[in-house]
Write a protein that binds this ligand. Structure first.
Ligand code: HEM
Length: 216
């Protein structure tokens, strides 16, 4: 779906529905939507079964879909089932690929720059140790160097290299006026690699996020 979407975004001649709808991509698009919808429906059924049938649990973990399902059952006038499905789809697509890709890039950066990996590992050993009970949020908050590393990974490989916005009113930007309802592309990738802001724009360099550098 991402491939189809980005391909269409990058090729203006695929934008009008009248053209897109007669191409094989549209058929693939519809098949994927169908598949995703049945996946989300299946997740809702499984969530219902977990909550209503006494499924034996060996842990206290409650999936977010179960919490949302319960909330919606108790507040039925607030959201209809179609919106609920759409929100679940947003959550699923927003959550799964992002974490996978950013984790992979973090591992790649540590592999390419072992000196920073060493520092991050030392910090983890110092704060969490080798064999401890489950890691807590308070432990995680103390991992300041690891946090700097992850921020620099997000800088180098922004998951959304470009985001879209629409102006609500005329907006004066220097000598230009961006008119109301204009479509704006925010070039996050370019800003993240701009020599004006970053000491080593094309390298993994966690010191970009030292408190003193951030302050500047
Ligand atoms: C490394 C991990 C992640 C990164 C880098 C990331 C990045 C982003 C970015 C840049 C946006 C804004 C897009 C825009 O403004 O146009 C966004 C939106 C969002 N993200 Fe994440 N995200 C991550 C993980 C997650 C996770 C784990 C969840 C949910 C559990 C999540 C849920 C959302 C939701 C619900 C939106 C709003 C989507 C919408 O309104 O269309 N994200 N994320």
């Amino acid at each position: 779906m991402y491939n189809l979407g980005f391909n269409r975004m990058a090729k203006p001649w695929l934008h009008p529905d009248i053209i897109y709808n007669i191409l094989p991509d549209k058929k693939r698009h519809d098949d994927i939507v169908l598949h995703l919808n049945s996946f989300i429906k299946q997740c809702i059924i499984e969530s219902w079964q977990r909550r209503k049938l006494s499924v034996k649990k060996d842990h206290n973990f409650v999936p977010v879909i179960d919490k949302l399902g319960e909330y919606i059952e108790n507040n039925q006038n607030q959201i209809n089932s179609e919106d609920f499905m759409n929100h679940l789809m947003t959550l699923f697509t927003a959550a799964f690929d992002t974490i996978t890709i950013i984790s992979s890039f973090a591992v790649l950066c540590f592999g390419m720059y072992p000196e920073y990996q060493k520092k991050a590992v030392e910090e983890i050993r110092e704060i969490i140790g080798e064999n401890t009970p489950p890691v807590t949020i308070s432990d995680i908050n103390k991992l300041t160097y690891l946090s700097m590393c992850i921020k620099d990974v997000l800088r180098l490989f922004p998951i959304a290299p470009y985001i879209l916005r629409q102006t609500q009113e005329d907006y004066q930007l220097d000598k230009w006026v961006i008119p109301k309802e204009a479509a704006i592309v925010v070039g996050i990738f370019e800003v993240h690699r701009d020599k004006a802001y970053w000491k080593c724009p094309d390298h993994f360099f966690p010191d970009h996020f030292l408190p003193s550098a951030v302050k500047k």
